[in-house]
Design a protein around this ligand. Structure first.
Ligand SMILES: Cc1ncc(C[n+]2csc(CCOP(=O)(O)OP(=O)(O)O)c2C)c(N)n1
Length: 328
């Protein structure tokens, strides 16, 4: 793995930032929604999908990306946005519906768009696959070696849009990486009840492209696999599917009673938490020493606190702003 020590430290800090962010948003989300859960009320109205546990998927691939590479994420986007370098102040303001948000508070948490780092996401499942192929095609036609990464859940891969996009990317040797965040559950439906075949990564063979399976939410294994996939994409040799066995520690959405989960599943997954495992790897490799981890963790906390404070202090849009920046 050809990553500098600085980049490995960045990966650890980004994972910790994403975890603190999701836990903080989970708390703030409940403000104003109790005693009777009211999804439309509170500091953050609307649905909220959090990705605590899925941090390896984000940093494992984004570690090799530059701002000019495109990333499309699904409805569970915060960890990927953080790893892609989306402005956390503006992202948080967007989630809070504030004027200073990425889309002036009109997109909300599932529709984050940051042109500075070529990041976007959508609440429509598998919607990001096509635009990622388009971004890679545009780079190829313009003679740039920028690539595109499309994040999808294991539920999304049964949508036609996923297959159409993989087919075209493979046919035209486009620099796209399809990262399948396989957290087992599409809302309450288990992968085994929805997806044919032993592994989603095996579907790559049908398109004549590499398919990689990463077990056990393993950050280091994913960093290694992603390095190869990114090199292949930049060389112009075409797409790769990477299926990551990952864990979702929270509900499908905040407020989900999770009656579909077998007893003890979450507790067992938390024992395999990828963040302490990656930290241990960095300590063993001599990347983290003498208080480095604590320093990175403190920086992560500060970044989150600063973004939350910015969002809280920001103004809401004026009623007359309702018709700006929209198609009417
Ligand atoms: C085209 C479309 N169909 C259905 C939905 C409703 N929906 C939202 S999330 C979701 C499940 C997605 O599961 P998965 O792709 O595994 O992602 P995860 O939620 O596990 O991150 C569904 C069916 C949608 N948003 N878009």
């Amino acid at each position: 793995m050809n990553l500098s020590e600085d980049r490995l430290k960045w990966a650890y800090r980004a994972m910790v930032t994403a975890r603190i962010y999701e836990e903080t948003i989970a708390e703030i989300y409940m403000e104003g929604k109790t005693p009777k859960f009211d999804i439309a009320a509170g500091t953050i109205p609307g649905e909220m999908h959090l990705a605590a546990g899925q941090e390896p998927c984000a940093v494992g691939v984004c570690a090799y990306l530059r701002d000019s590479d495109a990333v499309t994420a699904p409805h569970r986007p915060h960890h990927v946005a953080i790893a892609k370098g989306v402005d956390l102040r503006k992202m948080t303001a967007e989630i809070f519906g504030k004027k200073t948000g990425l889309s002036h508070g009109k997109g909300g948490h599932m529709h984050l768009f940051d042109r500075d780092v070529n990041f976007t996401c959508s609440g429509i499942v598998a919607q990001g696959c096509g635009p990622a192929v388009g971004a890679a095609l545009s780079a190829k036609m313009q003679g740039r070696d920028d690539i595109a990464v499309s994040y999808v859940g294991e539920g999304a891969v049964n949508q036609g849009g996923f297959h159409e996009s993989v087919n075209l990317a493979a046919l035209w040797d486009l620099g796209v990486i399809f990262v399948v965040e396989d957290n087992d559950w599409a809302i309450s439906v288990h992968r085994k009840d929805a997806a044919a075949g032993p592994r989603i990564a095996d579907r790559a063979a049908g398109y004549g492209i590499p398919g990689v399976y990463i077990e056990d939410n393993d950050t280091v294994a994913l960093l290694k696999a992603a390095e190869e996939a990114v090199d292949r994409a930049r060389r112009g040799d075409g797409p790769t599917i990477i299926q990551v066995e990952t864990y979702r520690y929270m509900g499908h959405f905040q407020g989900d009673a999770e009656g579909y989960r077998p007893d003890g599943e979450k507790e067992a997954l938390k024992e395999r938490d990828p963040i302490p495992r990656f930290k241990q790897y960095l300590v063993d490799e001599g990347v983290l020493a003498n208080g480095d981890a604590e320093k990175l963790e403190a920086e992560a906390q500060e970044t989150v606190d600063d973004a939350i404070a910015f969002a809280r202090e920001s103004e809401f849009p004026e009623p007359e702003d309702a018709l700006t920046h929209v198609f009417v």
